[in-house]
Design a protein around this ligand. Structure first.
Ligand SMILES: NC(=O)c1ccc[n+]([C@@H]2O[C@H](COP(=O)([O-])OP(=O)(O)OC[C@H]3O[C@@H](n4cnc5c(N)ncnc54)[C@H](O)[C@@H]3O)[C@@H](O)[C@H]2O)c1
Ligand SMILES: [Fe+2]
Length: 402
């Protein structure tokens, strides 16, 4: 047996209506002063109503709420949030929102629980003390932050994303209630779903891949292929929402153990420089990144493809554009290419923009592309990419995706 390590300490409650159990869970932590972190859009759209109702019914209705989290939260916001939490003397943090809210809550919890400035704890394994309990309630299905040991925070001054990574950043509890996602607009549903798919595909071919994470990636990938289009076009479909939410959490468990890869390195860089949405940026880079990794990963991609087809053997041709007979006969490389095509087709069926320029990235001069490629080349995500990438390779990928 190959040696490996896999960790996933987060308890998970999943299913429609599970948010109603939040009060009991808070009490089980022995906490009396929970703090809720969220954003204004969620408050205004009423997404939080079931959460606030459950908190009220369990006697926590008057809890302090920090709701000033912007998309792609930044250092300034996290510092403010930590000061707010300290003033409230919070003894437990609830994050209810997308990846930006959950990452903000993770990093504010550092500022709440540890001495000094929270930027001292940036980087991987920069602290070794437990933090206050954290409950993560995702309202998007993509980042998997509720299951991961990392948080990404914008450093606006330097136009890049800072990473905080520690086993103490795992949420203690994740509540996956698909009802909280019904109001997520189609473009964000599609973009976040493609983030989760990118987690699966990068984790599966990562240098850190392991057999436990493989199983999670394969099944999460299938759930995304089977449900993302429906969740995007019919956001009220509880089954499609539940399945994409589960897939996102499973992919989060996988990638936090394996690392991601070149697509994330490029998406972090472009997102840091131009404020593009993380999931949509991953979606644009994903086919290019997969083609780049083809020489080292075609057999792994082919295995993903065969897994998808095996779940639907009779109709695999109709569904994924290849007949069952061909699946058995085709060689790995051909199957790997079929997977890349299926990924692009899925993105198209969810109306995801194809190019960086469609996400609002301005035209890039050669020296700017080189500068961005150099940043991507030092992003921690690239460490796990199966294919070594030079600055020239990264520049070419930015050009291709533009
Ligand atoms: N920590 C990790 O493991 C990890 C992994 C991947 C990405 N990330 C980070 O997550 C962030 C992106 O998170 P995201 O993609 O979830 O988007 P997001 O959290 O930035 O949210 C995007 C927008 O969607 C809105 N929204 C969220 N849920 C909604 C709902 N149910 N109904 C209506 N509107 C809703 C938000 O208010 C916001 O305006 C990035 O900063 C990225 O770097 C973190
Ligand atoms: Fe991601």
């Amino acid at each position: 047996m190959r040696l490996g390590v896999f960790q996933s300490p987060t308890k998970v409650l999943f299913g429609e209506g599970t948010i109603s159990g939040i009060g009991d869970e808070i009490s089980q932590f022995g906490a009396s002063k929970p703090l809720l972190v969220t954003d204004k859009v969620l408050l205004e759209k009423g997404v939080l109503e079931p959460v606030l109702r459950s908190l009220d019914e369990s006697g926590f209705g008057k809890l302090p709420i920090f709701s000033d989290v912007p998309p792609d939260s930044d250092v300034e916001c996290v510092r403010q949030a930590a000061a707010f939490a300290r003033q409230a003397k919070a003894d437990l943090v609830i994050a209810c929102g997308g990846g930006s809210v959950i990452d903000t809550a993770k990093v504010l919890n550092i500022g709440l629980s540890l001495p000094g400035d929270l930027l001292e704890y940036e980087g991987i394994n920069s602290f070794s003390q437990a933090l206050k309990p954290l409950i993560a309630v995702p309202t998007t299905a993509g980042t998997g932050s509720e299951m991961s040991a990392v948080a990404m925070i914008m450093d606006k001054a330097n136009g890049k994303k800072l990473i905080f990574g520690s086993r103490y950043l795992y949420a203690d509890l994740a509540i996956l209630d698909p009802n909280l996602l019904c109001s997520l607009p189609p473009r964000l549903t599609a973009g976040t779903g493609m983030d989760a798919l990118t987690h699966c595909l990068e984790a599966y071919v990562s240098l850190g891949a392991n057999v436990i994470a493989d199983a999670l990636c394969l099944d999460a990938m299938a759930l995304i292929f089977q449900n993302l289009k429906l969740a995007t076009t019919n956001g009220d479909d509880p089954e499609a929402r539940a399945n994409t939410l589960l897939a996102s959490a499973m992919a989060g468990m996988a990638f936090t153990n394996t690392g991601v890869g070149i697509v994330h390195a490029l998406a972090h860089t472009i997102g840091g420089a131009f404020g593009t949405h993380h999931g949509l940026t991953n979606a644009v880079f994903l086919p290019y990144g997969m083609n780049f990794n083809m020489p080292s990963s075609y057999e792994r991609y082919a295995r993903c493809w065969r897994h998808l087809c095996s779940l639907d053997p009779g109709a695999s041709g109709a569904k994924y554009g290849i007949s069952a007979k061909l699946v058995m006969e085709a060689d790995f490389e051909k199957d790997a290419r079929s997977l890349v095509k299926a990924v692009s087709d899925l993105a198209d069926s969810c109306s995801i923009p194809k190019r960086l320029r469609d996400l609002g990235v301005p035209e890039l001069a050669d020296d700017k592309i080189l500068e961005l490629a150099a940043v991507a080349g030092t992003d921690p995500a690239i460490m796990f990419n199966p294919q070594e990438a030079s600055i020239e390779d990264l520049s070419n990928l930015i050009r291709e995706a533009y």
